[in-house]
Design a protein. Structure first.
Lengths: 344, 136
């Protein structure tokens, strides 16, 4: 019995030692690593930011160049940042130019040659998401080469790019009140007629005095910021909305006011909350209890807290709208943002 | 040993039976009590943004004698997808059940039956919807 245990322990140790000595393939002096620094849902036009680092033991050589190849050619601002950064004591990033860009014939590639003598470097790579990458995965291969002839590579991704579009800083008021989801723009009546624009939503601001107490003193109590589908049916629901001029083409857009949905890009907050493609795909406008239902009218809209989910009449687009103007601002002028998702 | 087991089994069955007699459960898995109280405590309408659309000036008027509820909503409230929320007296239940958001935009009166905790009293409540009148 004792002998068996002894043998077992011996073989265990032997096994451990074997593990230590197992070959791991050719080792290089040059090592590399990469971080994906950007967050969000990666919409077209946004930048993906990577920090690519390479290093080798001091005295064994110097790093000559860095290169990256993306699976889809990036937009015009795709580049390596030729500066290396350190953070000062005040918390400010201070950059020093360490490299020069080398033009590449392959549109998917970016390359820099280092102009300083160094054995360790981290450079930032910015990839502008192009239209071709919409709703697709992008992969990146980073390469670093040293003057001892070694070349190492690092794979990043796949990173999925969103199908959405977004627009911030749209302005609307009682004159400029015709919102188009297709163009993601706001028009006046004249612009709609002259440009034959498609209108999906009409915005209006109306104040109606309602009693604050049964005895009769009044305050502004009704309607306020309203959004409606451009249809006769929608504007006829409330007396004050009947005077609204409808665009030549009526579209029965589906609207649903909602709360607890936020997006950092449009809200310009720092909460890192996003409306994702999955959120749009999961929308269900069918009536309750199957779905969440819809309406053709939203009244008393609470800005900075509520949002509106939208589906165009033909079902082609789904959108999400957020008004940045505070609720305390009692004028018709609003600033809003919109996200749009094309349903395939 | 055997004796103890037997006693335990007997106790277990006994307690189960006791349970059956003590707490009756109806077909919805809800407690049937001995209380015959049958009335509505509060009523509210919840919009799709999870907030109420009822008037802040006129609270809902619940008449437990004539079994009517008058709910006042803010001017211009859209009642296409609202969730009627009843607060009922202890162990009461509603019929028909509210299974989701309802379209009440026609502002027509709706009826619900309130059933008492002992399931022996049934009262039909009629809900009337009113909109705040704007001041011209």
């Amino acid at each position: 019995m004792k002998k068996t245990i002894y043998l077992l322990i011996c073989s265990l140790f032997a096994g451990l030692m074997l593990g230590c000595n197992s070959p791991e393939g050719p080792t290089t002096l040059l090592k590399n690593d990469c971080l994906h620094r950007s967050w969000g849902i990666h919409m077209v036009g946004e930048e993906l930011v990577f920090a690519y680092a390479a290093a080798m033991p001091y005295g064994t050589g110097k790093i000559e160049s860095m290169k990256v190849t993306a699976s889809i050619a990036g937009g015009p601002s795709t580049r390596f940042d030729t500066r290396a950064y350190k953070t000062s004591q005040a918390g400010v990033e201070v950059g020093t130019t360490v490299a020069t860009n080398i033009p590449q014939t392959n549109p998917c590639s970016s390359k820099v040659d280092l102009i300083v003598d160094t054995c360790a470097i981290t450079l930032r790579y910015y990839y502008e998401i192009p239209e071709e990458a919409r709703d697709k995965d992008v992969t990146f291969t980073f390469y670093a080469s040293a003057d001892n002839g070694e070349v190492v590579s690092y794979e990043m991704g796949p990173i999925h790019c969103s199908r959405q579009d977004c627009r911030t800083g749209l302005e609307a008021n009682n004159e400029r009140c015709y919102i188009s989801i297709e163009d993601m723009a706001v028009y006046t009546y004249d612009e709609v007629v002259a440009g034959n624009k498609s209108v999906d939503i009409i915005y209006t601001y109306k104040t109606v005095k309602t009693p604050t107490s049964p005895s009769g003193s009044s305050s502004i109590g009704g309607l306020n910021k309203c959004f409606m589908a451009p249809t006769t049916e929608a504007i006829n629901r409330i007396e004050e909305l009947k005077t609204i001029q409808l665009p030549p083409v009526e579209r029965n857009t589906k609207l649903r006011e909602s709360a607890h949905a936020k997006d950092e890009v449009i809200e310009q907050s720092k909460w890192h909350l996003y409306i994702t493609d999955e959120d749009f795909a999961a929308l269900d406008f069918r009536p309750s209890p199957v779905g969440m239902g819809y309406s053709n009218l939203v009244t008393n809209f609470v800005t900075e807290y509520n949002c509106i989910w939208i589906e165009s009449e033909d079902g082609r687009y789904r959108a999400w709208m957020w008004v940045n103007t505070p609720s305390s601002d009692l004028t018709d002028q609003i600033t809003f943002g919109m996200k749009r998702y094309e349903v395939k | 040993m055997k004796k103890i087991l037997m006693i335990f089994t007997a106790l277990l069955f006994g307690s189960l039976l006791w349970g059956c007699f003590d707490y009756a459960i109806d077909e919805d898995g809800l407690l049937v009590s001995e209380d015959g109280g049958c009335y509505v405590l509060n009523f509210d309408l919840i919009d799709t943004d999870q907030k109420t659309v009822k008037s802040s000036v006129y609270p809902p008027v619940i008449d437990t004698t004539s079994c009517t509820i008058d709910i006042y909503v803010v001017y211009g409230a859209v009642l296409d997808n609202v969730y009627p929320r009843f607060s009922l007296y202890l162990n009461c239940k509603l019929e028909p059940k509210i299974t989701g958001r309802m379209d009440l935009s026609d502002m027509q009166p709706r009826q619900w039956d309130v059933i008492s905790g002992n399931r022996k009293v049934r009262k039909t409540y009629t809900v009337y919807f009113h909109e705040e009148e704007p001041i011209k």
